[in-house]
Write a protein that binds this ligand. Structure first.
Ligand SMILES: NC(=O)c1ccc[n+]([C@@H]2O[C@H](COP(=O)([O-])OP(=O)(O)OC[C@H]3O[C@@H](n4cnc5c(N)ncnc54)[C@H](OP(=O)(O)O)[C@@H]3O)[C@@H](O)[C@H]2O)c1
Length: 340
């Protein structure tokens, strides 16, 4: 038996990716094989295939770091899941395939009311946002949360989760139109800070002025920043007294430089978020987070938006769209496994 896989044979842009037939894997002890129905794509996949992410696999490898599907084979000693279970999981890379071979203790069985498509669309973005806002920022109901890059995958999830946690959410994006789209995730107010969203062009604007204006001069209690660059250097000056600035990512390509005088005069904290490492080190806490997220999903309370679902062999096009900042919400690939 064989299946298709999206393969990075050479580090570079999405055009270097190929679709190839690969043999179906057999599970070793403690492993399971999952027939993948949906693969969730993330901005960091574009960095991994280019060799510019902290995770640097040697080609050939498959990109894609989250999936949902059905277990089709289990290895010796596996008791937590069985053949026929619908599951979802995340790996650093390797998920854009018709079947994946993964460790059984890295998959989560899906509740009945959460579809594969939903799970693949929310797992990484929502649990990153939840971990950042709950464990890292300690966001409280009634606080003001400012989200940058709020039209993107992780940003839109932060708007939604912030809203569900009872915060007043102000959402920023590079253009007024992209910012406006964040209202569909529950943003109470929106602002734009300039830049086009095209590679290398974002981050030219003034987030500080907009956040200050929307908070009556006080600043935001928590800033969620997956964008970095010049926008970050501006937004870090708009944190309220005692506030928390969440360093989530650098989608604009620029690592911001911030003087330590800023947290000093604001009594504020600059807080790093490394969700993948959190999942590795604190699996039980991660599973608790996921349960809350899947409960919200099952109850129809998440406002996540699927930008598009493309066939697996359209993977290069999908990653090009992500790299160019054109995606709003989540981009998925449909692989060959059963599951809607
Ligand atoms: N720390 C963690 O644990 C963790 C976990 C997951 C993801 N991340 C990081 O979070 C960041 C966002 O990930 P994502 O999956 O949400 O990506 P995404 O959906 O592509 O969103 C990124 C957002 O950044 C903005 N942006 C600014 N300049 C850009 C550029 N040159 N190219 C692309 N986008 C640009 C875009 O919004 P505007 O144009 O409107 O500004 C876009 O909506 C990435 O850096 C990723 O590596 C971190």
């Amino acid at each position: 038996m064989s299946g298709r896989a999206l393969i990075c044979t050479r580090l570079g842009g999405p055009e270097e990716l190929e679709v190839a037939d690969v043999p179906e894997p057999a599970p070793g002890p403690g492993e399971v094989v999952v027939a993948v129905s949906h693969v969730g794509l993330n901005f960091h996949d574009t960095l991994i295939i280019a060799g510019t992410h902290v995770v640097r696999p040697e080609p050939p490898f498959s990109p894609g770091s989250e999936y949902a599907g059905t277990v089709v084979a289990v290895g010796d000693g596996v008791t937590s899941v069985g053949a026929g279970d619908r599951v979802a999981g995340n790996e650093e890379y390797g998920c854009a395939r018709d079947t994946v071979l993964v460790r059984a203790d890295r998959v989560t069985v899906l509740p009945e009311h959460v579809t594969d498509r939903q799970a693949a669309a929310i797992l990484v973005a929502y649990s990153t946002a939840y971990h950042a806002l709950v464990q890292r920022a300690g966001l409280r109901a009634g606080e003001t949360l400012a989200v940058l890059g709020a039209a993107g995958g992780v940003g839109s999830a932060a708007v939604d989760v912030g809203n569900l946690l009872g915060a007043r959410v102000i959402a920023g994006a590079s253009t007024p139109e992209r910012a406006e789209s964040a209202r569909r995730y529950g943003a109470h107010e929106v602002f734009s800070y300039g830049g086009t969203g095209e590679a290398g062009a974002a981050g030219t604007g003034d987030a500080k002025a907009a956040i200050k204006e929307l908070t009556g001069g006080a600043g935001a209690d928590v800033v969620f920043d997956p964008v970095g660059g010049a926008v970050a250097e501006s937004a870090v000056r708009a944190v309220a007294w005692g506030g928390r600035y969440l360093v989530v990512g650098f989608a604009s390509g620029g690592i911001p430089r911030v003087g330590l005088n800023i947290p000093l005069v604001k009594g504020s904290s600059v807080v790093g978020v490394f969700w993948g490492e959190f999942v590795r080190r604190e699996r039980e806490a991660h599973e608790r987070n996921l349960r809350q997220i899947f409960d919200w999903a099952a109850a129809g309370r998440l406002r996540h938006h699927v930008h598009d679902v493309l066939p697996l062999d359209q993977g290069p096009r999908a990653l090009r769209e992500l790299a160019n900042g054109r995606v709003r919400g989540k981009l998925l690939l449909r692989a060959g496994g059963p599951g809607g």
